[in-house]
Design a protein around this ligand. Structure first.
Ligand code: NAD
Ligand code: DAU
Length: 355
């Protein structure tokens, strides 16, 4: 892993990963971050690495074939870690189309470029020979498996049953990666992680949104009965898991990532209120998300057993640090909540904002 293409590196997980991999891999020579800077992309997240001579930022679209081809030719990537996506379920319900083009066509554009540049005999459709050491990693999500009932866990062989336009687009991306491995032998992995929390998450997602609203004494919008369950993992543990798959994963394999931290949404919201010393009267039950998945939970035995990965954060420690981070980075949130996000924020949450 010497020349790496990261897509979506200005977003929440991508920016944490760039920091993580530059810190942990001194042998890495070049890292290119290709990001369109949609509403979710924020270069402020990368201030700490801007001066690293190994790092380059390219503003551009993963659906732009000419650009992606040019980057492969210019930088001779041996590794692709594909984070770029439209990632918010609520937005996908309102505006599904961009989810399909970015999350499906964008993925295929990257796969095509990787195949063309990495295949030893690109004109031989029967050849499965690739350059030594190349790897494509698709950062996917547990949401592709759909929803669980009160018991059971998602394992890698659980059938895909996505329920939102977002998760359907991610599942489609996964299927294309699978097809490129099966048909062309492209050395690829898919990782499917549970819900992440930590620094630099866009404040439309549950945890930063609730911290921000609680801090400002605004109502906390709880969808439905608040008893939906998510399996939370600190973003740095997600980063170390991706790194483990890049180093030790077997080509063609899917790895689920999770830390056995199931929590009901309402529990998380109460924890945030407690930590901030705010009253539970801020909790405001609102209409449920359409098609809302009830429960996610990851069986992580494959990645822990086969690759020796394990999470380092306990949920309590991770949440305490995360809440502190958002409290001490109120200026970061302030700058994020502007422009496009502001209009969206009004549309989604305006009705229950203070007058
Ligand atoms: P995010 O929304 O914070 O960031 C997405 C990034 O992709 C942004 O920087 C955005 O500008 C960029 N982007 C969007 N469309 C693009 C395009 N067409 N071309 C280039 N760049 C584009 O997302 P995130 O929460 O950091 O998630 C990253 C990845 O991890 C996604 O693929 C998501 O499906 C997956 N994932 C997220 C979670 C989670 O809890 N957040 C959990 C599991 C998997
Ligand atoms: O499971 C992994 C997925 O986690 C990722 O693939 C997605 O990219 C990521 O956005 C996240 O999806 P969720 O839909 O689970 O995350 P979100 O933060 O939007 O919501 C978490 C839970 O909180 C969910 O049950 C909906 C609920 N919720 C969310 C918001 C924003 C509320 O009750 N109120 C809210 O205002």
């Amino acid at each position: 892993m010497k020349h790496v293409l990261i897509t979506g590196g200005a977003g929440f997980i991508g920016s944490n990963f760039i920091q993580f991999i530059l810190d942990s891999r001194p042998d890495l020579e070049r890292l290119v971050n290709l990001d369109l800077l949609t509403y979710a992309g924020n270069l402020e997240n990368l201030k700490a690495v801007e001066r690293d001579s190994r790092y380059r930022f390219v503003k551009g679209d993963i659906r732009d074939r000419d650009l992606v081809e040019r980057l492969f030719a210019d930088y001779d990537f041996d590794t692709v870690v594909h984070f770029a996506a439209e990632s918010h379920v609520d937005r996908s319900i309102v505006e599904p189309e961009v989810f399909l083009t970015t999350n499906i066509i964008g993925t295929q554009t990257l796969l095509d470029a990787a195949k063309r540049h990495w295949k030893q005999f690109p004109d031989d459709k029967y050849s499965r020979a690739y350059r030594e050491g190349v790897r494509y990693l698709q950062v996917s999500t547990d949401e592709v498996y759909g929803a669980l009932g009160e018991t059971g866990l998602f394992c890698e062989s659980t059938p895909l049953a996505p329920n939102s336009p977002y998760s359907a687009s991610k599942a489609s991306g996964d299927m294309i990666v699978r097809a490129y491995y099966q048909t062309y032998g492209l050395p690829a992995n898919i990782t499917r992680c549970s819900n992440n929390y930590g620094p630099y998450q866009f404040p439309e997602k549950l945890i930063p949104l609730m911290i921000h609203n609680a801090r400002e004494d605004r109502p906390l919008p709880v969808y439905g009965d608040g008893m939906q369950i998510r399996d939370w993992l600190h973003v740095r543990d997600h980063c170390s898991a991706i790194s483990a798959v890049l180093e030790r994963g077997t080509a063609g394999e899917v790895y689920n990532i999770g830390g056995n931290n199931e929590r009901a949404n309402i529990e998380i919201i109460r924890l945030i209120l407690r930590e901030l010393g705010k009253p539970e009267s801020l909790i405001t039950y609102v209409k449920d998300r359409p098609g809302h998945d009830r429960r996610y939970a990851i069986d992580n035995t494959k990645i822990t057993g086969e690759l020796g990965w394990k999470p380092l954060y306990t949920f309590e420690q991770g949440m305490r640090e995360t809440i502190q981070w958002y409290l001490t980075h109120a200026d970061w949130i302030g700058r994020v909540i502007s422009g496009d996000y502001r209009a969206y924020y009004q549309e989604m949450y305006g009705a229950i904002e203070r007058p």
